[in-house]
Write a protein that binds this ligand. Structure first.
Ligand code: ADP
Length: 265
């Protein structure tokens, strides 16, 4: 609580009373703390790839590396870390745009199967290289109202995670159910994998920005730690919910409930 007092006087200088001001600043403080935490996290995340780029470039410049293969592998690291910086900055900008609600959704009828099929096409080669089978159980006649680009982003993030955190020979599946009735009819998407799973203690935190169960694994799979917070925000913009169930060593299921229809304006 922020407190202020101002004594009030008449024109002739007589004391009239005191004006007290009480302002609830809890929300403002909370936002300030969140913002500075975010800045600290972002700086930390950016520092790691920048340090790698600088370090390897310095070694190359100093002429200490005579072996061409070694030099090439250093250049590859520099290139990959540059790529990683690019993804990080892209995700950070995206998240800050979504969080400040500067993303007006454009609802349109979406043919769910076609959307998922086009995402599967993009992910097919990375699934194949890990011998992971992609499956979908979605009726052909299913349409829903959504912002198609944003819905694509939601599935892309969840499915690429499912592939990254599943071992060779595993399976990643999308299935749908309808829940509720009439105006409250929701489509429930189940995005499940037979992967490494998420330990129980980490489950409540995985939608937080930059939270990862295993930083090394996330990094090597190209993760930024921002995918799930982007998903959560995009789902909430659609007035939906997302939650997760998981068993370590068995697999993970993300449960996504999205309204079938929206009030179009
Ligand atoms: P990242 O870029 O690290 O994948 P995300 O925000 O997308 O970041 O996910 C946060 C963390 O949640 C991941 O680092 C990983 O530890 C965990 N995670 C997300 N999806 C899965 C999954 N399908 N199976 C196991 N762990 C997962």
């Amino acid at each position: 609580l922020h407190f202020d007092s101002v004594p009030m006087f008449e024109n002739d200088g007589c004391y009239r009373g005191t004006l007290f001001l009480l302002q609830d600043v809890t929300e403002i403080r909370k936002l300030e703390v969140m913002r500075s935490e975010f800045v600290a996290n972002v700086s930390h995340e950016l520092k790691t790839p920048i340090a790698a780029v600088k370090g390897f470039a310095e070694t190359l410049l100093s002429g200490g590396v005579k072996d061409e293969d070694v030099a090439r592998s250093f250049l590859q690291i520099i290139y990959d870390e540059g790529d990683r910086l690019n993804r990080l900055i892209g995700d950070i900008l995206e998240l800050s745009k979504i969080e400040s609600r500067r993303v007006p959704l454009e609802y349109e009828p979406v043919h769910v199967r076609s959307l998922l099929a086009s995402i599967f096409e993009v992910l097919a080669s990375s699934a194949k290289s890990h011998s992971i089978v992609l499956m979908m159980e979605v009726p052909d006649e299913l349409y829903m109202e959504a912002d198609e680009d944003r819905l694509r982003q939601i599935f892309m993030n969840l499915l690429s995670n499912a592939i990254s955190y599943t071992l060779e020979g595993g399976r990643v599946k999308v299935s749908v159910e309808t829940v509720g009735e009439g105006e409250d009819e929701n489509i429930r998407f189940l995005i499940s994998d037979t992967g490494i799973g998420i330990p129980k203690k980490d489950l409540p935190r995985i939608f937080e920005r930059f939270y990862r169960v295993d930083k090394a694994r996330s990094r090597s799979s190209g993760g930024t730690g921002l995918g799930l917070s982007i998903v959560k925000h995009l789902v909430e913009l659609h007035h939906g919910t997302v939650r997760v169930e998981s068993k370590t060593g068995q697999g993970t299921t993300f449960i996504l409930d999205l309204p079938l229809l929206h009030e179009l304006n």
